[in-house]
Design a binder for this molecule. Structure first.
Ligand code: ZN
Length: 325
């Protein structure tokens, strides 16, 4: 029908726009505006059935992934990164996820606050930019107690989420909140224990820390599933509403450009890298087979997408942008 004429009018609009651009010559009228620097607020929204999911950026941190990744070589890591036009140190996202079930406001992981350098600690500001207040958060589910996941529990020395109950697997609590474990840990990892204790203990003292043990229903439509290896009590969380499913992976993987292609590659942050790799492979296979949404704490923000298998590895398929209405 009128496709040709629509195309013609579209082409006309384009030609007109180009003509306008051609008339404007830079630098002739006034001084250049200073760079505005800040990107858009770090939140991203997607509906999952009746649940509203808001990805919250805590910021990014430059990681020397060529040195951190194990069961590979720095040369191999650099080569693989280059295929995705990336290099080490790699700007790595730190993401938390806010789930509004309609009845409850649940935050999965809290970012680092001040525990992981000056480029992180933006999660609460982004939560506010997204239209929520920390006081509204009912429950916080922690995938594991590394500083970039629990640090944001605190604002200064006070709970950042004063009305929230914190849930995490008891195996992680027993490990990271143990003074004896900290005492026997090597000097360079004592900080992780200190960070976990500083962040979680105020909630313990207030009677607002409720550990769970392995696979557990936490709220209608949200459950925890044990995925141990990265840490002794590492958990993933499964959110389901109206037949739609999202699995929040925490730190099942860290470097998308390397570990989707080769799930066997591990990272120094793993407490026990062999089961960490096994859990990753299992999660990838299931996600690719079922086609559900995945949210990764360290996948480039917003870190939400799906997996497609390809050869021996997988390809990350980021979500399409759809404004929520
Ligand atoms: Zn992490």
């Amino acid at each position: 029908m009128k496709v040709a004429s629509i195309l013609r009018s579209g082409a006309f609009a384009l030609v007109a726009a180009c003509a306008t651009i051609a008339l404007w010559t830079p630098g002739s009228a006034s001084a250049a505006a200073p760079f505005a620097k800040e990107a858009a607020p770090g939140f991203y929204r997607i509906m999952l059935g009746d649940f509203e999911i808001t990805a919250l950026s805590d910021g990014t941190v430059a990681l020397p992934v060529d040195k951190l990744l194990t069961r590979t070589t720095p040369e191999q890591v650099k080569k693989t990164l280059a295929k995705s036009y990336l290099q080490s140190p790699l700007e790595t996202s730190v993401n938390g996820y806010l789930i509004n079930t309609g009845d409850k406001l649940v935050l999965v992981d809290t970012g680092a606050a001040g525990l992981f350098g000056p480029t992180l600690g933006r999660l609460v500001a982004n939560l506010k930019a997204a239209g929520y207040q920390p006081e509204q958060v009912d429950e916080i589910y922690i995938t594991h107690m590394h500083p970039d996941h629990v640090g944001g529990l605190l604002a200064g020395d006070k709970p950042a989420f004063p009305n929230a109950t914190v849930r995490a697997d008891k195996h992680d609590a027993d490990f990271w909140l143990s003074q004896a474990n900290m005492d026997k840990a090597p000097a360079d990892s004592k900080g992780s224990f200190q960070g976990a204790m500083a962040a979680v203990n105020p909630y313990v003292a207030a009677g607002k820390f409720k550990p769970f043990d392995g696979d557990t229903d936490l709220a209608p439509g949200i459950k925890a599933k044990a995925a141990r290896g990265h840490t002794p009590g590492h958990s993933i969380f499964i959110a389901e509403s109206k037949g739609q499913k999202m699995v929040l992976w925490g730190d099942l993987m860290h470097v998308a450009a390397v570990q989707f292609e080769n799930p066997s590659v591990t990272i120094q942050f793993d407490t026990d890298s062999r089961p960490a790799a096994a859990q990753r492979k299992k999660a990838y296979a299931e996600a690719a087979a079922q086609g559900y949404l995945v949210a990764g704490a360290h996948i480039s923000f917003p870190g939400i997408g799906r997996l497609r298998s390809q050869g021996d590895g997988y390809v990350w398929v980021p979500v399409n942008y759809v404004p929520t209405r």
